[in-house]
Design a binder for this molecule. Structure first.
Ligand code: FES
Length: 107
């Protein structure tokens, strides 16, 4: 199973994905710059990603605490916290990019 990660230059890389892992963990495990400062507790917003619009319907709706954290971190309509997305077989091929906000936090 794979996640397609879109880079800042528009190129895509395929990341091996593991069922049951947080999307944040998969991205970080491949060495990409995502701080995930709170370790997945939905308390920092530094794991923000933008999910391709064609994949939005396959994601569960964000909980209130995720929405609150996104509101505090310059999110747009495609933004999610990657620590709140648990990878499942239905998400094989998920296409996303690390948000500008998360990249700036990691710089
Ligand atoms: S890792 Fe902190 S909100 Fe996702």
């Amino acid at each position: 199973m794979k996640i397609n990660l879109i880079g800042a230059d528009g190129t895509e890389q395929q990341l091996d994905a593991v069922e049951g892992w947080r999307v944040m963990e998969i991205i970080r495990d491949h060495g990409f710059p995502i701080i995930a400062e709170c370790g997945g507790a939905c308390a920092c917003g530094t794991c923000q990603v933008e999910v391709d619009p064609t994949w939005q319907a396959k994601l569960h709706q964000p909980r209130e605490d995720e929405l609150d954290m996104l509101d505090q971190n310059y999110a747009n309509e495609w933004s999610r916290l990657s620590c709140q997305l648990i990878f499942t077989p239905e998400l094989d091929g998920l296409r996303l990019r690390i948000s500008e906000v998360a990249l700036a936090d990691a710089a």
